[in-house]
Design a protein around this ligand. Structure first.
Ligand code: PLP
Length: 695
């Protein structure tokens, strides 16, 4: 079984085994409440004091405060609240206070969101002001110099979570000192812990929040440093724990674990050196360059933590990259928040002025200072595997001939979709209703497969096909066409109902263009000719923008599948017997329990139905990147969602074998299951929770 390679250390880390032991001890043998005065409590208190003392030495807090809390988000709240309450008091005393809340453009959302929240709650009416960064992610110090005098609070992170870019804290401090601003200074130190040395009391920093789970301690524990003399207002009041600075019985398991991590940092015998980490990153970067031609790194390595890479690959979305890495069991994250269809650009990369395609397609690969040689070598091998999988699927340019594709391919963008009718034997294809967003994708696919494109046809007249034709170059079989892009040379074909159509051969099949209906839209029928005619029963697919008109319906049969050029609800295709509006409108897509199997039920099901087919509906590059594709290592067939419509016709024909669809999470397989059930295949199921939860 392939093991997971976790390269998402900036999101969270596994807990250090010694820290797990310490947490267990704090919940077991030493479960005491540090506020109790009996011996059990005193033992807990001793551990708490020890952890704090270690942190204080390590961070150089001097006479400043250092309290334990739930993590950096809480630390940021406490800092912002403390600073803003002080600003309000100073203002009430008639002192001149700045009216800007200045924050770095690449700060974690916790900072601007907290600023806006407390500014509103305290009724201060200060103005949030974004401090720009340059192309390398460095704060614009000239801009800071310009606004520092008007600032009430300045927030700048020590290192960025998406790019690892290390801030010039000395430069920021120099500006703060030079301008003599009375602004408070918050530095989010989350990503710096264990990676940068910090001597906090020797700086002008007023507030520095930390989080345990970014450095091998559990989630839900963190620390906040407050400079001696900096204003402080508790966020949580109650029993007076943490010297009244943060009430609530301490998270002793978390603190014990964090204490062990801090002690390891202090001893210096557990974590890798910067040089070793630099070496690891260089090897990962080399593998990425070799596997993914054209890869661009979005973070300047010489100005970033050695544990972070942020990259984009031309022609690939972050969703696709995430999926292929996840299939190869390499856990990375999208450098940007992304929805399933369209990636939202990363505000961090946007602030650095990175072009949109890179900002929307970014991947962050990050590891912690515990990373080891074996993991990095294994990661490099898997990166190579991902590159090969993407090449075979024609998603990145390939010298070698890719695996030939056959059948139907559905390519969608936000509900609109286009269809490719592919014939591997004759290396030819037809594109129906190409979408402008898909031009580059279709062109590189056609080039990689070395297909001849016989027609770029539309269900409506005019518009939108020319860019694809130009991008296809010599792969497009040029010739006169009508306003639907349909070749003038298409031959006449008689349909079973006697109606006339014109047709082109796509390998052994014909694609017949039906004359435009009353709404001037045209439909296309794909089937196999028999004796010079296209019998209705041999029409397998009908492509149309909306419901078929009467003449086209009459030329097809009950077995014909309707392939719409709008598919807002991932229905892929519909049967002729369904009300045609069902293609276009949402139906109640509830997931009846009987459509899903969990992994225990799957074992039972497969024992009872040895003839069942296991179908992987992930994209071909995910299938290819997976070492053991099926749940539990079983053999499975790859039929990606984009090819479900083409395959559905086969599954529906003759005696129906049970189908069990699976994907990573159970989402895509549920869509395939619903499609097949709707088409009348009652023995189709989805593996709930997908490969992620499969044994
Ligand atoms: N600041 C930065 C830079 C982070 O990376 C994170 C974690 O995502 C946070 C703040 C929030 O930390 P926590 O999860 O401890 O609340």
């Amino acid at each position: 079984m392939t093991t997971e390679i976790y390269l998402d250390g900036n999101a969270t880390t596994a807990v250090l085994p010694a820290a797990i032991d310490a947490a267990i001890d704090a919940m077991g043998r030493r479960f005491g409440n540090p506020s109790s005065t009996h011996a059990t409590g005193l033992q807990a208190k001793a551990m708490l004091d020890q952890a704090r003392a270690c942190a204080a030495r390590l961070l150089g807090v001097g006479a400043g405060r250092l309290m334990f809390n739930s993590g950096a988000t809480e630390g940021i709240q406490t800092s912002v609240l403390s600073a803003l309450v002080a600003v309000r008091e100073r203002r009430a005393r008639g002192e001149a206070v700045g009216d800007l809340l200045v924050y770095g453009a690449t700060e974690h959302k916790a900072v601007p969101e907290s600023l806006a929240h407390w500014n509103r709650l305290l009724g201060l009416n200060l103005t949030l002001h974004k401090l720009p960064v340059d192309g390398d992610g460095a704060h614009d110090l000239a801009h800071l110099r310009h606004v520092a005098g008007s600032a009430a609070l300045i927030c700048t992170m020590a290192a960025n979570n998406e790019t690892g870019v290390v801030s010039d804290l000395a430069g920021i401090e120099a500006v703060i000192r030079e301008t003599g601003t009375a602004a408070y200074w918050l530095v989010d130190c989350v990503q710096a812990l264990g990676k940068l040395s910090l001597e906090l009391a020797a700086t002008r920093i007023d507030y520095a929040p930390f989080s345990g789970h970014k450095l091998y301690a559990p989630k839900g524990v963190g620390m906040l440093y407050v400079r001696a003399g900096a204003p402080f207002t508790p966020l949580v009041m109650g029993g007076g724990q943490e010297s009244g600075q943060r009430s609530g019985t301490e998270n002793m398991a978390g603190i014990a674990a964090l204490g062990v991590v801090l002690a390891a940092l202090e001893r210096g015998d557990t974590f890798r050196t910067h040089d070793e980490l630099w070496g690891f990153r260089a090897r990962l970067a080399d593998s990425l360059r070799a596997a993914l031609p054209g890869v661009v790194f979005n973070n300047p390595f010489d100005k970033a933590l050695p544990t972070t890479l942020n990259f984009s690959v031309p022609g690939l979305s972050s969703r696709e990259l995430m999926d292929v890495f996840d299939a190869a069991q390499v856990r990375v994250s999208a450098g940007s928040a992304c929805s399933s269809a369209k990636a939202a650009p990363s505000y961090v990369l946007d602030a650095m002025g990175v072009p949109l395609w890179r900002s929307a397609g970014a991947i962050r690969m990050s590891f912690g200072p515990l990373a080891d040689e074996a993991t990095i070598s294994a990661a490099c091998a898997r990166i190579e595997r991902c590159g090969a999988a993407l090449r075979a699927a024609c998603l990145i340019p390939s010298e070698r001939a890719a695996v030939p594709h056959d059948g139907l391919l559905q390519l969608g963008v936000e509900g609109a979709c286009c269809w490719l009718v592919l014939d591997a034997a004759s290396s030819s294809c037809v594109v129906i209703d190409p979408l402008p967003e898909m031009t580059a994708r279709i062109a590189s696919y056609v080039r990689c497969q070395n297909y001849r494109v016989l027609a770029v046809a539309g269900t409506s007249a005019g518009a939108g096909r020319q860019p694809l034709i130009e991008a296809l170059g010599g792969h497009y079989v040029a010739g006169p066409v009508d306003q639907y892009g349909w070749p003038a040379a298409a031959r006449a074909l008689t349909l079973e109902n006697g109606a006339a159509a014109t047709a082109i051969d796509v390998g052994a099949q014909v694609l017949a263009g039906m004359s435009a209906g009353a709404d001037a839209s045209r439909a296309y029928l794909l089937g196999t000719v028999d004796g010079g005619r296209l019998p209705a029963s041999a029409v397998r697919f009908a492509f149309s923008a909306g419901p078929l008109d009467e003449a086209t319906r009459a030329a097809a049969s009950a077995q014909t599948l309707l392939c719409p050029t709008r598919d807002d609800h991932n229905q892929f295709c519909a049967s002729m017997t369904q009300h045609s509006a069902a293609i276009l409108t949402a139906e109640a897509q509830r997931a009846p329990a009987d459509m899903q199997l969990d992994s225990a039920e799957l074992d039972e099901f497969l024992r009872a139905h040895p003839e069942a087919l296991l179908i992987d509906v992930r994209e071909p590059y995910e299938f290819a990147a997976t070492a053991a594709p099926g749940p539990g290592g079983r053999a499975a067939r790859s039929v990606p969602l984009s090819q479900i419509a083409g395959q559905a016709a086969e599954w529906l024909r003759g005696e129906q074998r049970p189908l069990v669809f699976f994907c990573r999470s159970g989402n895509r397989s549920m869509k395939a299951t619903q499609c097949l059930r709707r088409l009348g295949h009652q023995q189709s199921y989805s593996l709930s929770g997908g490969l992620a939860l499969a044994a």
